[in-house]
Design a protein around this ligand. Structure first.
Ligand code: 86X
Length: 589
């Protein structure tokens, strides 16, 4: 194999395992995705024992690791049998420059502010959160993702247990009959339902659906289990996956065909109890976003058009993505009223011995939370993880110079990690000897680790470490004796700074408007619009129709609970009728 512009004095790169995007010395021996991968602009494999044919690979970055698999990030398979000289000719000055730059850093191809969509996919993959799968809209959640999910899960699970909500697990499958039971609200969703119609080669007698949400799976049993007022409240939650076969553009975490979530389904004797729980759960969702993911959210109520059709009212936490100017629903907490109780006959005998219907709630948050985090905090170097959710909060990297006592540096690194772990931090050391310190810096920056500690000969001599913040790039030297206190301080400062920066960015996007012209101007400027509204359903439909286009229509995000004063006589921006409330509008995910 001949690689253009790649220095390979050790002759490591003998073979490129095309199927796995890995360089190997021998077939089957994996020596990793090397930093020099990006330096290869074009390579010709003259003989390949697996494929039999010679081939020509272009590293033009167009593939971007997106849809359809391909052979990996930035690589496309071309065919130019015998056409290349294996050296790719003499590169232009420009392309040589590019090679040098690419050789020294493993960076992202796309910029957040320039190509946001491509940047997002690339950062999810390069940060090792996600791997694309060969079914469109399905993604592998890698350990780096699952650790964050588990942190959010541990928090929420503990909080709902304090509320005496119990976990249960209901089946993945639902029969057509049962699914159709709530046909009014299923109607609109029907195209998204995935069905199992065969077992082996034989058609099944009755096809079964895969749950898109579990109302129809659970509520027949709520009807069975609830008899008298002493059976109430019934408060169950389940952690599971759901499948919605979406047709609009799939995006990792944000819109995937299968995702993980929790769904809570509760039943009460009174409306008051239900109302109170809706807000208690919504507050937990706010805390997930603001306290863990460092993302500011707006709590509010959904409009009639945007609420869960089967419910009574819907509350949500809404986040905002400044780069695309889109709102994104972060989580929802619904009061279902007695609608489902009617459909599924969930009745009970009250204290007076009369037959009554239960009041129900349902609420959910999903792995979408993690996508919002990537979008809000990530930068051109990769992921930026808030310390509270990062599975590695501190990465320690040895920096041995040529004549330095490598063993002593390694020992100092190990003991630093031990000190930090004992103090309750999540710290790791990267002692790999096949990567340079510089490569490791980029690698862990790409993965978004909040704090890096470098230990070199000078640090060793001075009994100090050098720390570098992922969020700001700020560097400082810390004496060993105050390591624990200072790391604690810096991590909590990073958590706070990330939230403040995100909040400031969002605030800069909020635009208060009063007229239709102002509304359109703000929409075109990617603003999060706060507008006085008459709260009429057909007015929202009209706004949707009038703003329809390539980017999608504008709609209400929520009516914030926190309402600014609405001066007497204020008119609706869209209808000119008297305004009833301030409502957030915008395009959304
Ligand atoms: C709406 C409503 C509700 C329990 C929640 O938001 C919280 C947790 N569920 C979910 N919804 C559907 O009901 C639905 C139904 C079908 Cl059949 C579907 F294919 C997709 C759906 N998407 C959302």
């Amino acid at each position: 194999m001949l690689v253009k512009g790649t220095q390979d004095p050790l002759e490591h790169y003998r073979t490129l395992d095309v199927l796995r995007n890995r360089f190997t010395r021998e077939w089957g021996e994996d020596i990793g995705e090397l930093p020099a991968m990006d330096a290869v602009e074009r390579l010709v494999v003259l003989e390949n024992p697996r494929l039999g044919l010679g081939m020509d690979l272009d590293n033009d970055g167009e593939d971007g690791g997106a849809e359809g698999g391909g052979i990996g990030r930035g690589w496309t398979l071309g065919r130019d049998i015998g056409g290349g000289d294996g050296l790719g000719g003499v590169g232009s000055v420009r392309s040589r420059k590019k090679e040098v730059k690419k050789e020294t850093r493993l960076g992202l191809t796309y910029k957040k502010d320039k190509d946001f969509g491509e940047w997002y996919s690339e950062v999810c993959v390069a940060g090792e959160m996600i791997e694309y799968y060969d079914i469109s809209g399905c993604y592998i959640l890698r350990p780096w993702t699952m650790a964050i999910w588990e942190t959010l899960q541990a928090f929420f699970d503990a909080e709902i247990k304090k509320m005496n909500i119990k976990n249960a697990y209901f089946p993945l499958f639902v029969t057509e009959n049962v699914l159709q039971k709530e046909k009014d609200h299923i109607e609109g969703f029907a195209p998204e339902v995935a069905w199992v119609t065969k077992s082996g080669q034989s058609e099944m007698e009755i096809p079964i659906a895969i749950r898109p949400t579990s109302e129809t799976v659970m509520y027949p049993y709520y009807s069975k289990w609830i008899r008298g007022h002493r059976d109430l409240p019934l408060k169950l939650n389940q952690w599971c996956n759901v499948v919605r076969w979406e047709f609009s553009h799939p995006t990792p975490f944000i819109r995937s065909r299968e995702f993980l979530w929790q769904e809570g389904h509760t039943a009460f004797a009174t409306k008051d109890e239900a109302d109170q729980e809706v807000l208690e759960i919504l507050e937990l969702y706010r805390r997930i976003y603001e306290e863990f993911l460092a993302i500011p959210v707006i709590k509010g109520q959904k409009s009639e058009l945007e609420k869960f059709a089967g419910g009574f009212y819907t509350t949500s936490v809404e986040a905002f993505i400044p780069n695309t100017g889109r709102g994104i629903q972060g989580a929802t907490s619904h009061c279902l009223g007695q609608n489902f109780a009617k459909m599924f006959q969930i009745n009970f005998e009250n204290e007076k011995g009369e037959k009554a219907m239960v009041w129900q709630n349902s609420w959910a948050y999903s792995t979408r939370t993690i996508g919002v985090m990537v979008m809000v905090h990530g930068d051109d170097k990769g992921l930026v993880l808030p310390p509270r959710v990062a599975s590695v909060q501190v990465i320690v990297i040895p920096v041995p110079y040529k004549d330095a006592d490598t063993q002593a540096i390694f020992d100092a690194c190990r003991s630093t990690v031990e000190t930090l772990c004992k103090a309750g931090f999540r710290a790791e050391v990267d002692l790999r000897d096949n990567y340079s310190p510089g490569w490791k810096y980029s690698h862990w920056e790409m993965k978004g680790v909040p704090l890096r500690i470098e230990i070199g000969p000078k640090d060793l001599a001075n009994n100090q470490v050098r720390v570098v913040r992922r969020d700001s790039g700020a560097k400082m030297d810390i004496p060993m004796h105050s390591l624990v206190e200072q790391v604690k301080e810096i991590l909590s400062n990073i958590q706070e700074s990330l939230f403040n920066a995100a909040k400031q960015k969002r605030e800069a996007c909020v635009k208060v408007i009063n007229t239709w012209d102002e509304f359109i101007a703000a929409l075109n400027n990617k603003k999060l619009i706060l507008a006085p509204w008459c709260d009429e359903e057909d007015v929202e439909k009209d706004v949707k129709a009038r703003t329809k286009g390539e980017l999608g229509a504008a709609k209400t995000l929520c009516t914030p609970f926190d309402q600014p004063r609405l001066p007497e006589g204020t008119l609706c921006f869209a209808s000119g009728r008297p305004a009833k409330k301030w409502t957030y509008w915008g395009r959304s995910y």
